[in-house]
Design a protein around this ligand. Structure first.
Ligand SMILES: [Zn+2]
Length: 403
């Protein structure tokens, strides 16, 4: 489509040609509507598509109907998600809350923007609205402001009320095939086949998840690890349950390591936020409009919370998957089906030590901690308590119920 030195089309989204063409066509025909559901696994191109739509609707000099120029300041900021009329809402915890819907989403929808004629409001993980949030949001969807387009990222349509989905035009986003992810892993520098296979398995069809795993990490001052690589981090998590059983005192150091990772990640996000603000101030001629500065500061605070949530949830998810694998192996299932198929001996040992009742108790403990961390930000303390309890569980297994 692009000729000569033209930059790549915003619609050039790997593996999502169908969705991209539907959006481009809708803009070209002037039939964009006011709400879309991007249905598919998270992180397979929804972000690029939503930002492409923002550019297509707001570019002052499109190459063709529905085809933004890709080189102007509006296109550039849309692509970076830093355009005034483009906003992304991400969950502040495990769910979207009604306070966010009323206090932020609907307010943003009704407010006029400082720049741009079309407002694009993207709800990331929209299927994680709780019921109150969904009800409040429905009211906003029923009375759409003009030239405002909602985009809902929906991994599981069953999690959203039909009343919301029926008001959206659905567009399917496809998971990447393992072979494509494998090739992408090579491009991202995952040269070791075992590393790549693990990353592809855990990424579960999502190139965004794969990129996080392939992230080489960062070395801080004096050679200390400022941020470990995604894979090193994944492997460190995967070790935790087995080491809880084998090493005395490991619970405390593991909890501390996760807490350190949380701090390193939030510090990094904070730095990125500051750099972006400075960057943006420059593109506005050193004087950032107050409304935009505030919007970006709020978004940065949100990103810090997300970074914290991501690290903790990843650690808890890993613990859960471990104990689920224990149940599978303990019940005589095929170890090849286990997510930790590479650690079958350790799984068997844990399954034996814990018994079925102990494994279920471990799962309950992890779930309770997850719920607690939704309300409480004392990550280090909560993890310490959890890991200590899990290690006691393995060393002195429950006898009742285990046969
Ligand atoms: Zn443009």
């Amino acid at each position: 489509m692009a000729a000569g030195v033209d930059p790549a089309s915003v619609w050039d989204i790997p593996a999502q040609a169908h969705a991209a063409e539907a959006l481009r066509g809708a803009v070209a025909r002037g039939e964009v509507g006011h709400a879309w559901a991007f249905v598919g696994p998270a992180g397979v191109g929804q972000e690029a598509a939503a930002r492409g739509l923002a550019a297509a609707l707001n570019c002052p000099a499109p190459r063709a109907p529905g085809e933004p120029c890709g080189r102007c300041s509006v296109c550039d900021r849309c692509r970076r998600g830093a355009f005034a009329a483009y906003t992304e809402f991400t969950p502040t915890g495990a769910t979207h809350r009604v306070d966010d819907v009323r206090g932020t989403w609907l307010v943003t929808a009704s407010r006029s923007t400082t720049e741009g004629s079309w407002k694009i409001l993207r709800v990331v993980d929209a299927d994680r609205m709780n019921e109150a949030a969904a009800n409040a949001f429905l009211k906003g969807l029923e009375e759409p402001p003009e030239r405002t387009v909602w985009i809902l990222d929906v991994a599981d349509p069953d999690e959203l009320p039909d009343t919301i989905l029926s008001r959206c035009r659905s567009l399917m986003f496809a998971a990447w095939a393992p072979a494509d992810l494998d090739a992408q892993g090579l491009r991202l520098g995952l040269d070791d086949p075992a590393d790549r296979a693990l990353a592809v398995r855990v990424a579960a069809g999502s190139p965004a998840a794969l990129a996080r795993l392939a992230d080489p990490g960062e070395v801080g001052a004096k050679g200390s690890v400022a941020r470990s690589s995604g894979l090193a981090y994944l492997r460190a998590h995967r070790d935790i349950p087995a080491r809880l059983r084998a090493e005395k005192g490991f619970a405390l150091s593991a909890a501390r390591a996760i807490d350190d990772e949380v701090k390193a990640r939030t510090a990094l996000v904070k730095d990125e936020g500051r750099a972006e603000l400075a960057d943006l101030a420059q593109s506005y001629g050193d004087e950032l409009p107050r409304g935009i500065a505030k919007q970006i500061e709020e978004r940065n605070a949100r990103r810090e919370r997300e970074a914290r949530t991501l690290v903790v949830q990843a650690a808890l998810d890993d613990l859960l998957s471990w104990y689920r694998d224990c149940l599978l192996v303990g019940a005589g299932g095929d170890p090849a089906d286990a997510l930790h198929a590479d650690a079958v001996d350790a799984l068997r040992a844990d399954a034996r030590a814990l018994g079925a009742a102990g494994i279920l108790r471990a799962v309950d403990l992890v779930l309770a901690t997850r719920a607690e961390l939704e309300r409480n930000l004392q990550v280090g303390l909560a993890l310490e308590a959890l890991l200590l309890e899990l290690s006691t569980l393995t060393m002195a297994p429950l006898r009742a119920g285990s046969r």
